[in-house]
Design a protein around this ligand. Structure first.
Ligand code: 6R9
Length: 647
């Protein structure tokens, strides 16, 4: 018998939805999606309520995805203005600094509204207009939320670039969308260390393709010395301080872009995933309310950085659209010590806590004492996102962190999906450790084989979604064909997720991981192609192949095989240099964990690298290499195995 955890009677009694509600609502949602999502849209404030709800065709010859197409609204009004009357003094954002000695800040809905209006006015004065792109390269400080919402208020499209990315990565993202303005900070602070954000932006703006940028707004976070280039660079407080605290919001069409967020794919450069205003906000807010069983008095904490989609949907847009109190944490789980998460939970009486398996595994390794030294009595619901959570980590999260009291919602979704697609509803769903359980309302998952044949019952296959939902991405910025080719060509008529999945006899979904060339490192997507391109860009490297391998803490680690140019000698020094090179080219999260010299790479006669074999070598399973007969030169494999032993 697999282990199951039904909702406790107490939890279910107070929950928004119970088991039979889920079954009924789900059936309704897929029977008549337009009726269902038309009703759900009523949760937002619209300047003009939509009458056209769903207009979708996945057919390649007639492709379109439109939701609420005649509706008009503004996302910031939904996150701010409409709460002022009933929740003006309620805390919208709690800011907890990296250093626990720095007092936390409580920003009310009224204050947040004023800050966002000031910045919106400032951006307009700087010439930013509806449709312009604005790049945000910020630490986890309230200004990150102000900036996202101010862009939304004036109809500018934000592109948040994670603060851990390198100047080259910033430059590529600025060039791709042609940003007019960048908002950054002098320095970021994480785990007691500073990150030279403004310096990275300066470097980025020296790269070709970035001269669309007219202005750089710099938030003073540490007061560290930065090089201000006038008139390009302006201090945020100087520009924003004098602005009026009210602003007339732009009237946006539901299908106007809200933001672009770059994410790694299996090929080429990162894709600019574009989300629009109406469908995204309906979906982010509704899933946030239902999946976390949101209550008016919740103190909700999502630990994701605003640089990732989770930070967009479940730190900023979802919670604020719902009038919730959302906690933003600047720091890391192990600073000043490994009890920090649990101390923050006690300090702010956090009721809903949403984090990633990689953090849970890292903290689990530190034992129970750092958790047990805190109370955590305020906790009600725990969440997980970013990668499959192994049952052992799930149990620890449940028993030790949640004192066996709190349901865990394991939420499966993607940058592309805008919000959660497969997850339990905590008052309704019986949990199974390691399973994201059942589809959210309106979501029709299916498993297909390599030929696109739909598989029934308990089985395993590639995960596709058969119909659209409002939060779905609408295009790859600047490359609509790439959007269609990536997601709708492999299995015509269906959205292909890139994930493998098993379905059990109860219809529960168990995500098994990516089936494409994307590595999930600590919940962050890294394309093997990106790391390979970075390596090959080094003067001494002839060729590189990168694969993922199981890693205790990160879930997956990065394993790089490198062939040097003729005449170059492998050395420990060069190995370190190449790892540092990738770090510099892409960012610390892309640093290879292993770098192995490869005199040659296993290739088919047509020249395709056989990653399957490289994965098995990286996983140290030489007896499971499978068929190597189609290799152009089978002896390459033996030399790679020998090299691995030597290390
Ligand atoms: C939200 C987010 C998406 C990929 C996705 C899958 C993996 C995310 C998961 C999960 C198993 C979960 N993933 N949540 N796998 N269980 N609960 O992470 O977006 O950064 O785009 O990554 O992450 O492989 O395809 P994103």
């Amino acid at each position: 018998m697999p282990e199951t955890y039904p909702p406790s009677a107490d939890f279910a009694a107070a929950a928004r939805l119970r088991a039979d509600d889920y079954a009924r609502r789900y059936a309704e949602s897929v029977r008549d999606p337009a009726a269902f999502w038309g009703e759900v849209a009523g949760r937002l404030d619209w300047f003009k309520a939509p009458t056209q709800i769903k207009d979708v065709s996945y057919a390649l010859e007639d492709f379109r995805i439109r939701w609420y197409a005649d509706g008009e609204l503004n996302a910031s009004v939904n996150c701010l203005d409409r709460h002022l009357e009933a929740r003006g003094d309620k805390t919208a954002l709690i800011w907890e600094a990296d250093d626990p000695e720095v007092p936390a800040r409580h920003i009310s809905y009224r204050e947040l509204h004023a800050e966002v209006c000031r910045l919106a006015n400032a951006l307009e004065n700087l010439g930013v207009v509806k449709g312009d792109r604005v790049t945000l390269y910020l630490p986890m400080i309230p200004e990150a939320a102000y900036a996202m919402l101010a862009c939304a208020r004036i109809g500018a499209v934000h592109s948040v670039v994670f603060g851990g990315f390198s100047p080259d990565s910033i430059a590529g993202r600025i060039a791709d969308c042609g940003s007019k303005l960048v908002i950054t900070a002098d320095e970021g602070v994480r785990g007691g260390k500073t990150i030279p954000l403004k310096k990275n932006v300066d470097e980025a703006l020296k790269r070709p393709g970035t001269n669309s940028v007219e202005t750089v707004l710099v938030v003073r976070r540490t007061g560290g010395a930065v090089d201000m280039q006038m008139p390009r660079d302006r201090w945020y407080d100087a520009v924003v301080g004098e602005q009026p605290a009210t602003h007339a919001p732009a009237r946006m069409n539901a299908e106007d872009p809200l933001f672009i967020l770059y994410t790694s794919g299996s090929t080429g450069k990162p894709k600019g995933v574009l989300h629009t205003t109406g469908g995204y906000l309906v979906y982010a807010s509704y899933t946030h309310e239902q999946v976390f069983d949101l209550k008016e008095d919740d103190v909700y904490w999502c630990t994701a950085d605003v640089g990732w989609v989770t930070g967009h949907s479940y730190l900023v847009y979802g919670p604020l659209a719902n009038g919730a109190t959302s906690l933003m944490f600047e720091g890391v789980p192990n600073y000043p010590d490994v009890s920090r998460f649990w101390q923050v939970i006690d300090k702010h009486r956090v009721t809903v806590f949403y984090t990633a398996p990689t953090a849970i595994r890292a903290l689990m390794r530190e034992g129970d004492a750092p958790v047990k030294s805190t109370s955590r009595a305020s906790l009600r619901v725990l969440g997980s996102v970013g990668e499959p959570i192994n049952p052992e980590a799930w149990r620890w999260y449940h028993e030790v962190v949640g004192d066996s009291r709190c349901p865990i919602v394991d939420t499966w979704w993607q940058t592309e999906t805008g919000g959660i697609l497969i997850a339990p509803l905590p008052g309704a769903t019986t949990l199974k450790p390691g399973s994201a359980t059942l589809p959210f309302f309106g979501i029709e998952p299916a498993l297909v084989d390599a030929n696109g044949q739909e598989l029934d019952g308990a089985t395993e296959g590639n995960l596709v979604i058969k119909d659209s939902w409002p939060g779905q991405m609408r295009t790859v910025y600047g490359d609509h064909q790439r959007f269609i080719d990536t997601y709708f060509k492999t299995y015509p008529g269906r959205y292909f997720t890139g994930d493998g999945c098993r379905r059990d006899e109860d219809g529960y979904y168990w995500i098994t991981g990516r089936v494409d060339d994307v590595i999930n490192v600590s919940g962050h997507r890294i394309g093997t192609a990106e790391v390979e391109s970075a390596l090959v860009a080094h003067a001494k490297v002839a060729e590189a192949a990168v694969v993922g391998f199981p890693h205790d803490i990160k879930g997956q680690g990065i394993y790089a095989y490198v062939t040097l140019n003729a005449g170059e000698q492998p050395s420990e020094e060069l190995r370190k240099e190449l790892v540092a090179w990738v770090r510099k080219e892409i960012g610390p999260i892309a640093s290879p964990d292993h770098l192995q010299w490869a005199p040659g790479l296993p290739k088919t006669r047509s020249g395709k690298i056989m990653r399957r074999i490289l994965r098995k070598i990286a996983e140290n399973q030489p007896d499971q290499l499978g068929d190597t007969s189609t290799l152009a030169d089978p002896s390459v494999v033996q030399s790679l195995l020998d090299e691995r032993k030597v290390k």
